[in-house]
Design a protein around this ligand. Structure first.
Ligand SMILES: [Zn+2]
Ligand SMILES: [Zn+2]
Length: 96
């Protein structure tokens, strides 16, 4: 089950369970569409995998399966990330 982290790990933008702006990698590192468009270009800074739109959990499901309160906020270290992104971004995710 997804944790549904409620903020962007890089910019801390709020990404509640009904946000249409949330993207996740296979480990559920969570990013906003703005960070992806401006910076990430479909390369997760933590694992190098691609990002997909997070499905919205319906309101009625949140009572029994609430979104996590855990906050992961670790702005990207550009000196490390940019070279990694440049190496990886042109490789299709299924070949990374
Ligand atoms: Zn962001
Ligand atoms: Zn990741």
């Amino acid at each position: 089950m997804l944790e549904i982290r409620q903020n962007c790990e890089n910019c801390n933008k709020a990404l509640p369970p009904n946000s249409t702006d949330a993207l996740i990698c296979t480990y559920e590192c969570t990013w906003c569409t703005e960070c992806n468009d401006n910076l990430l270009h479909n390369v997760c800074p933590n694992c190098g995998g691609n990002l997909e739109k997070r499905p919205i959990r319906p309101k009625k499901e949140l009572d029994s399966n609430p979104a996590t309160d855990k906050v992961v906020y670790k702005p990207i270290d550009m000196n490390k990330y940019i070279p990694m992104r440049e190496r990886i971004k042109s490789i299709p995710p299924e070949h990374r």
